[in-house]
Design a protein around this ligand. Structure first.
Ligand SMILES: C[S@@+](CC[C@H](N)C(=O)[O-])C[C@H]1O[C@@H](n2cnc3c(N)ncnc32)[C@H](O)[C@@H]1O
Length: 286
């Protein structure tokens, strides 16, 4: 299905289904998230996410139309964001891949003194997170639509983030898909400059081989240091709520690993790290 032919499903409240609702009719005049804001689907590179396939309910579409102009932003790669203005001077953490957003809304409610820039390509989740934010009166969330790689590469000023959260990124278990995994040296080299010295990159996964990969690449990267006393996995921080994907992993009996690494003050993010960014930015999309 093309991005302009996303389906609108029946909502829980019984609204009628329309399986051929085109994007432009769902969000007329750009009133919602753009289908492919930075044209990244046409960039010759490997992406860490699936193409848009999910169904947007009529309820989610309504919330997106109503709240997107105030609380949403497209990752279009065309401007550097003024996070101070967007979050009224709050410290800001970037969450990459919030899924349906339940954990994001929980964290925003638990810590109103921190702004959360929540990025995902998943339109139903964007609608769901905006609905949760509205329902709970949360003003410290902004929803960013699109590829977080472009956000980091083009739209964040150096040292503008107080943290990055990557909770249960797609594990891409098949060997031929490992190149799609988000946490790679090239990603860290892209992420490091956006973080303030001392800011934390917090990852979690229930996929053991990916946890090992994360530990390897994070430990080897000169811009980050492990906060865990034994240089291994971190104890689960109390501030991280159970996420939807985590719950599914736990039901399957998976162990959950947290990795909490700090941005090293003074280290150049590219020192000793690969500068060939083909894994995130140069290769043919697979
Ligand atoms: C496996 S889900 C996890 C969702 C949520 N964190 C949880 O634990 O329930 C991974 C999410 O990351 C998003 N994602 C993957 N790569 C991304 C990227 N480069 N930029 C933005 N979102 C991305 C996917 O769309 C998906 O919603």
């Amino acid at each position: 299905m093309s991005e302009t032919q996303m389906n609108v499903n029946s909502d829980r409240d019984g609204a009628p289904a329309d399986d051929t609702h085109p994007w432009s009719r769902m969000f007329p005049g750009g009133t919602g998230p753009a289908a492919d804001p930075a044209g990244s689907h046409f960039e010759r590179r490997i992406r860490s996410f699936q193409p848009r396939r999910s169904r947007v309910t009529t309820g989610q579409a309504e919330v997106l139309r109503r709240l997107w102009p105030s609380w949403g932003l497209d990752i279009d790669g065309r401007r550097v964001l003024d996070l101070d203005a967007m979050f009224d001077g709050l410290p800001v953490v970037l969450e990459i891949g919030f899924g349906m957003g339940e954990a994001t809304a929980r964290m925003a409610a638990d810590d109103p003194g921190t702004g959360i820039l929540a990025a995902d390509v998943h339109t139903p989740g964007q609608g769901n997170l905006l609905r949760l934010a509205e329902r709970n009166g949360l003003t410290n969330i902004r929803v960013a639509n699109g590829d977080a790689i472009i956000l980091l590469r083009e739209m964040l000023a150096p040292g503008s983030l107080d943290g990055i959260r990557v909770y249960f990124p797609d594990p891409w278990p098949k060997t031929r898909h490992h190149k799609r995994r988000l946490i790679q040296p090239e990603f860290l080299t892209l992420a490091a400059p956006a973080l303030k010295p001392g800011a934390v990159l917090h990852c979690a996964t229930d996929w053991e081989p990916y946890a090992e990969q994360m530990l390897d690449v994070l430990s080897a990267h000169p811009a980050f240091e492990n906060t865990a006393p034994d240089e291994g996995y971190a104890p689960r921080p109390a501030s991280r709520p159970l996420t939807r994907f985590e719950g599914q992993g736990l039901e399957k009996g998976h162990a959950v690993r947290d990795l909490v690494f700090r941005r090293v003050a003074g280290a150049s993010p590219t020192d000793g790290a690969p500068v060939d960014d083909s894994a995130v930015d140069g290769a043919v999309a697979g």
